[in-house]
Design a protein around this ligand. Structure first.
Ligand SMILES: Cc1cc2nc3c(=O)[nH]c(=O)nc-3n(C[C@H](O)[C@H](O)[C@H](O)COP(=O)(O)OP(=O)(O)OC[C@H]3O[C@@H](n4cnc5c(N)ncnc54)[C@H](O)[C@@H]3O)c2cc1C
Length: 279
């Protein structure tokens, strides 16, 4: 067995070992972490933080299995949450996290809780340490950077969360030139879940120094986001509708003059032109 000790064989052995180590490092570093969701079965996630944003809105932070785990939710899709209503019966409702897969170790939901709402009851009763059963991803739409020139979005109340997720993905990717045109309708100023601060959408708790006068002014921001807040009590809300309906031509003429290559979404706005994909 002397031949195993020749310098050539020893060098070959070291080279093979180095290649194996390099391949292992490449394999593990290039492997994308697996998502934590299962489309067919509910999985439990622990509530680790609950922040009240207003009298009936709270942000819920759920822990993922490890600090580097990602939820695994394609942008534009949502999850199903299962809870118990006031009668103790199972209730399942869709929700869109305000976090992205780039946020590791947790995901967050901003929830508006209605006094008579079945799932609202479950969220109202949830305390840190409780578990939420979650299934997903769900939804027909998956966002790809550069997919279209512009998105026209119509959101009502809590319907802002799917739009928020897509808007965050675009605004946080400097290579993504997609323009965003968002009409966000609410009954009162207090009902607005997410507002603009420093040119970005953020949850209401993160807003500093933005009084109603400033936020409600419709306008073009420096970023590729044009945002118009509509309040039911405000004249502008009536002006943006035709016979009580939002329609495509209204949005195109108000927000994207003369251009047709726009994809439209709506969430929680009733009576919308059929060209708006409902999220
Ligand atoms: C894709 C998608 C994503 C969503 N993401 C979110 C999210 O991130 N955060 C969030 O808070 N919600 C979100 N929703 C809405 C959510 O799924 C529920 O509809 C909402 O939480 C109310 O459910 P509930 O069981 O508490 O109320 P329900 O039992 O369905 O309703 C009971 C009563 O509550 C009141 N109510 C319910 N909904 C409304 C409303 N929109 N406006 C006024 N009154 C109402 C009414 O009085 C109603 O009669 C999303 C919906 C969709 C389709």
């Amino acid at each position: 067995m002397d031949f195993l000790e020749t310098p050539e064989i020893q060098i070959l052995g070291v080279a093979v070992a180095l290649v194996a180590v390099a391949a292992a490092v490449y394999f593990f570093s290039s492997k994308k972490p697996k998502g934590c969701l299962d489309p067919d079965n509910f999985k439990d996630f622990k509530l680790v933080k609950r922040t009240l944003l207003s009298h009936n809105v709270a942000k819920f932070r759920f822990e993922l299995p490890t600090p580097t785990s990602m939820l695994g939710l394609p942008i534009g899709q949502h999850i199903s949450c299962r809870g118990k209503d006031v009668q103790g019966e199972d209730v399942i409702k869709p929700y869109t996290p305000t976090t992205l897969d780039s946020d590791r170790g947790y995901f967050e939901l901003v929830i508006k809780m209605y006094p008579q709402g079945r799932m609202s009851h479950h969220f109202r009763e949830m305390r840190v340490g409780d578990y939420m059963a979650v299934k997903g991803p769900k939804g027909r739409f998956k966002y790809q950077p550069g997919q279209v020139r512009a998105f026209g979005m119509l959101a009502g109340g809590s319907g802002i969360t799917p739009m928020f997720q897509v808007a965050r993905a675009i605004l946080e990717n400097p290579q993504d030139r997609t323009k965003l045109h968002l009409i966000y309708a609410n009954v009162t100023y207090e009902d607005i879940l997410l507002k603009v601060a420093n040119g970005c959408l953020c949850d209401v708790a993160s807003i500093v120094n933005s009084g109603p006068g400033e936020v409600l002014k419709p306008g073009v921001l420096a970023l590729p986001l044009q945002l118009v807040y509509l309040l039911q009590e405000n004249m502008r809300f009536k002006m943006q509708q035709e016979n009580g309906k939002f329609n495509w031509s209204t949005l195109e003429s108000v927000l994207v003059p003369g251009r047709g290559d726009m994809c439209g979404f709506s969430c929680r706005i009733i009576h919308v032109d059929s060209r708006f994909l409902k999220l």
